[in-house]
Design a protein around this ligand. Structure first.
Ligand code: IPE
Ligand code: IPE
Ligand code: MG
Length: 261
């Protein structure tokens, strides 16, 4: 079905993204942006096409946005590609998304590599087809030494599952006598999350018009600034990313404290 719907090629990452950055302050670019890439299905439906077209178009959009983010000085993008709850969808759609992922991880890694992007993943590997897991390992391996933007793809990811996974691994260490319960602090806990080693997102973007978290990064977004748009993910543009960052720069982040005036 996949090959019938689309030739399995994606547009290359644009070499350059032209943006008017004159309104941005270069010293306050969010280091880490998390994105809930929602609205692929509705985007396709609005054009009288099957939902899967939206997923293909959304995969293209991610490449453009990664390029734009990199050129704006963003260091990390964590993109929600498939949630632990998305398994509730019809098997044909799930199958298509897995196929798409498989093609993406095969054909696009070179492009990411050429753009110095380091690819990582977060989520549970259990439940993913072995071929996908192998391709994920390959993508990590091939891009490991890249020093540019970190693209952290959340696949089979759920915030609650991530927290439970961390709790179980810590409980096991306590049970084995390798960790004292009172030594479990924020740093130890964060070290057991899939996001280990990454700073928390500064900015959370959700496309598609809904104002909810949908089980994304429950721990890590404690103090993230949120920005949402009605635009469906396939229509999201570098200019909209710039708009989100400009909005971020106008916010006063207090982290529960008071800002010195
Ligand atoms: C987001 O788009 C991508 C995935 C969840 C895989 P959707 O597929 O949720 O599209 P809508 O929200 O139904 O339009
Ligand atoms: C969130 O979108 C998950 C991804 C973007 C991968 P959903 O479409 O699954 O979220 P809900 O169902 O609208 O909350
Ligand atoms: Mg959705």
């Amino acid at each position: 079905m996949f090959d019938q719907l689309f030739p399995n090629v994606f547009r290359p990452m644009p070499k350059q993204v032209d943006l008017d950055t004159s309104g941005l302050s270069p010293d306050n670019i969010p280091q880490h942006i998390a994105i809930i890439m929602d609205g692929n299905g509705r985007w396709a439906k609005a054009q009288g096409k099957v939902r899967t077209f939206g997923h293909k178009a959304g995969a293209e959009t991610l490449k453009t946005i990664v390029r734009a983010a990199d050129s704006l000085g963003v260091k990390i993008i964590t993109a929600y590609a498939f949630s632990t709850e998305n398994w509730k969808r019809p098997v044909t759609e799930i199958h298509f998304i897995m196929e798409l992922l498989s093609h993406y991880l095969t054909n696009e890694i070179q492009d990411f590599n050429d753009n110095n992007v380091q690819v990582r993943f977060m989520g549970s590997r259990e439940g993913l087809p072995p071929v996908i897991r192998e391709k994920m390992d390959h993508a990590i391996e091939v891009t490991r030494d890249n020093t540019g933007l970190i693209l952290n793809l959340a696949i089979n990811y759920g915030g609650r599952a991530e927290i439970l996974h961390a709790v179980q691994s810590l409980a096991r260490r306590v049970q084995d006598g390798n960790l004292a319960a009172e030594d479990i602090d924020t740093a130890v806990f964060e070290d057991s999350l899939y996001s280990r080693g990454l700073p928390d997102p500064d900015l959370l973007i959700r496309t598609g018009g809904d104002q909810r978290i949908s089980n994304f990064l429950l721990w890590q977004i404690a103090y993230a600034e949120m920005w949402t748009t009605h635009v469906y993910w396939p229509d999201f543009t570098p200019a909209m990313l710039l708009e989100a960052i400009a909005s971020f720069q106008k916010r006063e982040r207090r982290f529960g404290g008071l800002v010195q005036k």
